[in-house]
Structures are given as C-alpha cells and as structure tokens.
Design a protein around this ligand. Sequence first.
Ligand SMILES: Nc1ncnc2c1ncn2[C@@H]1O[C@H](COP(=O)(O)OP(=O)(O)OP(=O)(O)O)[C@@H](O)[C@H]1O
Ligand SMILES: [Mg+2]
Length: 343
Amino acid sequence: MLHALECHNLSKAFLDVPVVRQVELTARAGDILALLGPSGCGKTTTLRLIAGFEWPDSGTITINGREVASDATRVAAEQRRVGMVFQEYALFPHLNVADNIGFGLKLPGRDQRARIQIMLALAGLEGLARRMPYELSGGQQQRVALARALAPQPEILLLDEPFSNLDAALRMQVRGEVRGILKQSGITCVFVTHDQEEALSLADSVAVMFDGRIAQIAPPEQLYHQPASRAVAAFVGEANFLPGQADGATAHTSLGVLPLARPAYGRVEVLIRPEDLLLEPDDANANAAVIWREFYGHDQRIGVRLPDGLSLVARLETHQFFTEGQPVTARLRVPALSFPYLS
Ligand SMILES: Nc1ncnc2c1ncn2[C@@H]1O[C@H](COP(=O)(O)OP(=O)(O)OP(=O)(O)O)[C@@H](O)[C@H]1O
Ligand SMILES: [Mg+2]
C-alpha cells in the first residue's frame, strides 16, 4: 500500500542541539497517525518539518510519492499541499464561519460557495455559517479550524495538540467528532499530542517519541500490549514493574512464578498492567494487603503491598469492595511481558 507520508532518517538541530534525531515515520493513505511524546521531545518540530516551515539538516520527506525535502529537493511549504491546524485554532476574529472556511480558497465565486457549503456540512456547521468566532463554543471553533484546513483539499493534514484548548468533557466528545470528519474526508492526518489516551483512542497508528527519536510506531492495541521497551510501557498507560528472574517461559517474582508472553532469561522486570491484576479477598492464603483505594465509578484503583514491601496498583470493576489493610490474593490473569533489567 502506498504511504501518504514517509519521513526517512530525518534530523534537525537548533544551535547544535539535536531536537529531531533520525526519525522514521510513515502513514498509510487515509490513516490517522498520532505523534505522542512528553513536552519538548520534538513533536512540533517534526510537524513543522513535514509542513515545510523548517528544513531538515538531513533525511528525506516524501508525500504521496513526491519527495518534498531532501539534500537535493526543497519544496516550499505552500507547494506541499499540506494543511495545518494549530493549537489555538487561529480563526480570523473579524470573519464569520463561512469566510473563515473560504479564506484560503481562490475558486471562482460559485465554486467557492459550493466548496464552503460542502465543508460546513462535513464539519456539522450548517446553520452557523454567519456566526462570528466569538459566538461559537470551543468545540465549534475546533470544527471551523478543521473545515478551513480541509477546504483546499490538502493531501495531508497536520494537527498540533488540537484538543488542548477544550475542557475534559468536551474533549472526549470533540475527539469523536473530529475522527468522524477526518475519516469521512479520507485525508491522511498526523496529529501531535502528549495525551496518551487521546493518541490511543483517536489514531490508527501511534508513534511514540522520546528525546527526538521514535521509540515505537504501532497500532494502539499493539503499542499498549506489546510495548517495545520499558520506557514505552511506562509512558503509554499505567504500568507496574516487578523485578524477577526469568528462566524462559516463566519469571520468579514476589508475586509467585508468572508465565511470560515471550521467553526471557536472567534478571528482568515484569510488566503488569493494573487491569491485568486480579484481587480476591483471602484470609488464609493472602499474598498481599490492600494499602489504599481510589473509587472512580466506572472502575477503582487499589494499591496492594506484597510481603517483601513492593507495592502494585490494580484496576478493578467496582462491585467488589475492599478496605485498607484487607488481606487479598493478587493474581495475574494473562501471561506477562518482561524487559531486561537495567541497573
Ligand atoms: N526555533 C527554535 N530554536 C531553538 N530551539 C527550538 C526551536 N524550536 C524548538 N526548539 C527546542 O526544541 C525542542 C523541541 O521542541 P518542540 O516544540 O518540537 O517540542 P514538543 O515536543 O512540541 O513540546 P510540547 O509538547 O511542549 O509542545 C525544545 O527543547 C525546544 O526548546
Ligand atoms: Mg509542541
């Protein structure tokens, strides 16, 4: 399948400080790719390289088979057919919704109106065409910004922290709407976020970036269940790490002998996702004790301490009640992944 976007060996330094390092990034046509990483890891810089606002020091960028940046090629930003939505939306405050959407279009009058109409419909903004930006909710402003970026029919859409202006409740709703709009338009999209839940729920594929490098690129399920490193496992979702001694199929830990999903040998750290840990009230054969609990309604987090003093977090459904100090049996319900122990 054709990759709509390919970044190969992409590097960029500012004042001799490397910010983007040998980045390999691909997105299939029509896919939503999330670029996920902590603040300052180089996400925005990577987007700006793709958009053409910065030139890479080395490496190549190819969009739908056309090389746009390399040692030999320099295609300017306005020639790349890349749309970008910035964090603050940057709507023109003195233009109404329709004029904001039409701003970058240079079509003959009737075509221009028709295209704006299509974008209003796509973004669910019919009826709001004459509203001014200040008369819109945050979610509506977000959709106008999206419609404006999609109106010139770019080949790739780049979104930098598109939901960070919205409060938590609205964010979840708008996320779903935006995914719907992007999928309906069929555009290839790269969006930047430091919110792992956002990346997992919205993207077809997630690239995790640490310190300028891509640590792993994978579909959300694979990223979460088969993280390539301890660092990825810890950054994406909540993780317990239990020291152990692996002998191939199992690891000996203070939680007992745990089956491993992949063979390992020697000193390891076993990854235990909180939702994979089961707790049963048990006075006779307890191997742990509850030390704290947090109730969330849809689930609860329970902290338990093992006899050797190590503590683990479990995430459980809420029909089971626990009290602090209660003896429990903690048990893993799936084979675990392990990572080599790095002292
Ligand atoms: N024009 C520039 N000149 C010098 N340093 C820069 C420039 N742009 C970015 N940097 C530095 O490069 C590093 C990466 O910045 P970047 O904006 O790409 O990070 P980010 O991953 O988008 O972070 P955040 O999540 O906080 O937005 C930072 O240390 C930043 O200070
Ligand atoms: Mg940024």
